[in-house]
Design a protein around this ligand. Structure first.
Ligand code: SF4
Length: 388
């Protein structure tokens, strides 16, 4: 209705879709695939009495299996894919800019937060060519599941139901955007929140705390530390810098920890040396902070940035509207953030371009980042909307 048209975060249209998931799981003709966003594993445990900051990745995978999903996959896989495309796009724009091409727009803006995307479509129609055209991980996952993976299973896309578990209310709206479907069949059929998943687990009488730790399935369940940090403010841009820096210099990074990009300040900037170049990076979380940053760029009052990450929620997705309630306690957000960086630090692979299943996906199916097939499946465009 009217609210759906004007509310950038989707908070006014919170709808529980868990019954639709249960219906899909009960349908013997459907193959039901689930993906879970990076921030979910850092907060779901709070619904089952764990201390904030407890990672429940393994128990979550086990619970999803008990609930009956046919393939338990991870949005993190698609976050690695997002980095492949977004970091390539960034390097491409940066190289052309350094060569004096004045048609290139910098800074590149991240585009994986749908509330932020809707915000700039309404508020900054003159800047629609500035954000990265890379789809969000949720939507990249859906597009790949219903093409590459459906082909592997030898089933038509209509037979597959893609469910996403998100920290977010705006992801429900994103999944329903017209450009993310093929002949009326959506890439992501149903998006539920962390809280809705917790309700489903309770309704199914699953003793969450007693579950064993299990792994995600392959191939769309394998991910790197770079993907995990998507859940926290500053994480997307840090993940992009890890790949872009190695590609630009041709040398392995001495350290993948770009700690200057981390933190909880609402609006921050950092200088990151990459070879002979110093990247100037901006980060904002909360749409008020985003507006401040964008207005200062528009008016030219700040030193130009090369790249900016914007997330609508405080702390990034770990503080999202679909997460267990944190009642504004930043202490809880901080604990979830620490959990995310802990998971990253413990991963054997911490750079998206080194994910072996991502490499395989490009070799077998996509070709190369920004190639024709990637362009078709993994990139999108933005629309001018009425100001609100
Ligand atoms: Fe959703 Fe908030 Fe994350 Fe944006 S920052 S994708 S609105 S949870």
């Amino acid at each position: 209705g009217q609210c759906a048209a004007v509310c950038p975060t989707g908070a006014l249209v919170e709808r529980d879709y868990s019954w639709d998931v249960i219906e899909a799981l009960a349908d013997p003709d459907k193959v039901v695939v689930v993906q879970t966003a990076p921030a979910v594993r850092a907060a779901l445990g709070e619904e089952f009495g764990y201390e904030p900051g407890t990672l429940v990745t393994g128990k979550m995978a086990a619970a999803l299996r008990v609930l009956g999903f046919d393939h338990v996959f991870d949005t993190d896989f698609a976050a690695d894919l997002t980095i492949m495309e977004e970091a390539s796009e960034f390097l491409d724009r940066l190289t052309r800019h350094l060569q004096g091409d004045t048609s290139v727009r910098l800074p590149i803006l991240t585009s994986c937060c749908p509330a932020w995307v809707k915000f700039f479509e309404h508020q900054y129609p003159d800047m629609l060519d500035v954000p990265s055209t890379a789809k969000s991980p949720q939507q990249m996952f859906g597009a790949i599941a219903k093409s590459y993976f459906a082909e592997q299973l030898d089933i038509p896309r209509e037979k597959m139901v893609v469910v996403s578990v998100m920290p977010c209310l705006a992801k429900k709206y994103e999944a329903g955007r017209d450009e993310f479907s093929v002949d009326g069949n959506r890439d992501v059929d149903i998006s539920i929140t962390t809280r809705e998943l917790a309700h489903m687990i309770r309704r199914a009488n699953i003793d969450f705390r007693a579950l064993p730790d299990e792994d995600f399935d392959r191939p769309l369940g394998e991910s790197t530390g770079a993907a995990v940090i998507f859940g926290a403010t500053g994480g997307v841009i840090e993940a992009a810098v890890r790949s872009a820096a190695e590609w630009a210099t041709g040398k392995p990074l001495e350290s993948v920890d770009f700690t200057a990009l981390r933190g909880l300040e609402g609006c921050r900037s950092a200088k990151v040396p990459v070879g002979d170049l110093t990247l100037h990076i901006g980060i904002a979380h909360g749409l008020g902070n985003a507006r401040k940053l964008l207005d200062s760029i528009r008016s030219g009052e700040v030193e130009p940035f090369h790249a900016i990450e914007i997330m609508a929620c405080p702390g990034g997705c770990i503080g999202g509207g679909g997460q267990p309630y944190h009642h504004g306690h930043m202490e809880i957000i901080k604990k979830r953030m620490e959990a995310i960086y802990r998971e990253d630090a413990g991963k054997p692979i911490r750079k998206s371009h080194e994910n072996p299943y991502i490499k395989k996906l490009y070799e077998e199916y996509l070709g190369k980042p920004l190639g024709e097939k990637s362009h078709h499946l993994l990139h999108t465009h933005y629309f001018k909307r009425h100001r609100i």
